[in-house]
Write a new protein. Structure first.
Length: 474
């Protein structure tokens, strides 16, 4: 139900009178000054328009010698469900049991400063803040509307330029509130939780870690990284999650990237016992291996989580895609993804921990605009995805994504569950870049709950979902 906002309370009469009196005093003072001043002299001839050079020289009031850049991002979205959802896939980002229709909005002002030394090395810093609000959901369902405004990016960094070695920016260091992404976000991307008291459950405008220290060495086609990351959790679901890691990537031309990563994780034992002391090993490959057939591409990624009996799990994914010729540039892909579930017959916990995954593209790595966003997570899950993407014009991209979701271990959904069939889902999406500042996105989705959902939750009704999202970037 869309909530009707009550009219703003009328201003007290005394305040209105005071305002009128102040306005009258200003008008009277202006008139008095005009009466006492001598007759005006003839208006001077208009000066010629300022040259582009003069306009370019306008000062910002900030220190000279620094290249300043200002950005403003904003978004607004409307979401609608035919049937309310019934499980929260993001326990660190409480969504609440939202009503059938709701809204989200966000704004992000940012400023970046870069100082370039004579040897071409650069010192840079970034400051931004994010305001988000979720509203339009009934108080009896989710409590009061949620909103927040807080610092997002706040970091300093240095890059070597051509001052060291033969590679440009051979060395780079960043410290503070900053973002960090590993590959396509299968394990590590989103550094901030949202929803709950912060709002913005779907919008996800915050991505910077509460604290990050990142060192990067890039000799030629090699990239070596060392990092420490501390997640910015919502106050009511603070897991204390943090990690350090080592990452290596090798680029073979423009069409192939290979990567390997090790991470050591820590968390509050009472909140995330499986994550405290966790070792994570990850390998990945993104490639179009045939020079004469670059339209054919492959992706593969594997992750192992090892923390003794607290967590002993695996996940992997593989994808093949083909880009057809034609005006609309159709691209067809198939992907299989597997995230292990816990086996009740063993003393160890095998339920894969999704960690800090992120949104790389539609269906990745939130799998499905209904299932992946609202009632399944990347744990105890096997998914088949078929996607067809087309680009009717330079400004429009659209397509269909079909998912089949299966549980790895049916008993994980409840002792009464014997079937692995979770749901079938079909999504349609369209992104329309109106101009260099505005982008409109549309989503229509349908999901048919399977036998496992019926056995676990008693739900048999189909889901229907729609979303309209507008983003502004300056």
């Amino acid at each position: 139900m869309r909530r009707v906002m009550p009219p703003a309370p009328s201003r007290p009469r005394s305040g209105l009178l005071e305002g009128c009196a102040i306005a009258a005093l200003f008008a009277l003072g202006a008139a008095s000054a005009a009466a006492q001043s001598p007759p005006p002299s003839p208006a001077p001839a208009p000066s010629p328009a300022a040259s582009p050079e003069a306009e370019e020289a306008r000062t910002t009031g900030l220190p000279h010698g620094v290249d300043w850049k200002f950005n403003l991002d904003g978004s607004w979205a409307n979401f609608g469900f035919a049937n309310s959802f019934y499980n929260n896939p993001k326990p660190e980002q409480p969504s609440g049991n939202l009503s059938d229709n709701w809204f989200e909005g966000s704004v992000k002002p940012a400023i970046t400063g870069t100082y370039t030394a004579k040897n071409s090395s650069q010192l840079y810093g970034m400051l931004s803040a994010v305001g988000e609000r979720t509203y339009g959901a009934g108080p009896s369902v989710v409590g009061e509307d949620a909103s927040s405004f807080k610092v997002e990016d706040l970091n300093l960094g240095w890059r070597s330029g051509k001052s060291i070695g033969k590679s440009e920016n051979l060395l780079e260091l960043t410290v503070g509130r900053a973002r960090y992404q590993l590959g396509h976000g299968f394990l590590l991307w989103d550094g901030a939780a949202e929803g709950g008291s912060r709002g913005g459950y779907w919008t996800n405008a915050r991505k910077a870690f509460e604290f990050a220290a990142i060192g990067r060495l890039k000799p030629g086609h090699h990239t070596f990284e060392a990092f420490y990351l501390d997640k910015d959790d919502v106050p009511e679901a603070d897991s204390g999650s943090r990690l350090w890691g080592l990452n290596y990537q090798y680029a073979i031309g423009e069409d192939t990237t290979l990567g390997a990563t090790y991470m050591k994780w820590y968390a509050k034992p009472e909140e995330k016992p499986q994550r405290d002391g966790l070792n994570v090993y990850n390998v990945r490959a993104y490639t179009a291996p045939f020079p004469g057939l670059k339209a054919l591409s492959f992706e593969a990624e594997y992750a192992r989580e090892d923390n003794g009996n607290a967590l002993d799990s695996n996940a992997w994914t593989a994808q093949a895609a083909y880009q057809f010729n034609g005006h609309w540039k159709p691209k067809l892909s198939y992907r299989y993804a597997f995230f292990e579930g816990d086996d009740p017959a063993t003393p160890a916990n095998e339920a894969f921990d999704p960690l800090f995954l992120g949104f790389y593209d539609w269906g990745t790595w939130w799998q499905g605009e209904i299932a992946g966003e609202y009632f399944v997570s990347n744990s105890n899950l096997a998914s088949h995805q078929v996607r067809l993407h087309v680009a009717p014009s330079e400004s429009v991209g659209t397509g269909f994504i079909f998912f089949k979701f299966l549980a790895d271990k049916a008993a994980n959904l409840g002792p009464q569950v014997t079937d692995k069939d979770i749901a079938f889902e079909a999504d349609w999406y369209m992104d329309w870049k109106v101009n260099k500042n505005f982008t409109f996105s549309f989503v229509g989705a349908f999901a048919n709950p399977g036998k496992a959902v019926e056995q676990a939750f008693g739900r048999t009704k189909n889901f229907a979902y729609g979303m309209f999202y507008v983003a502004y970037s300056y």
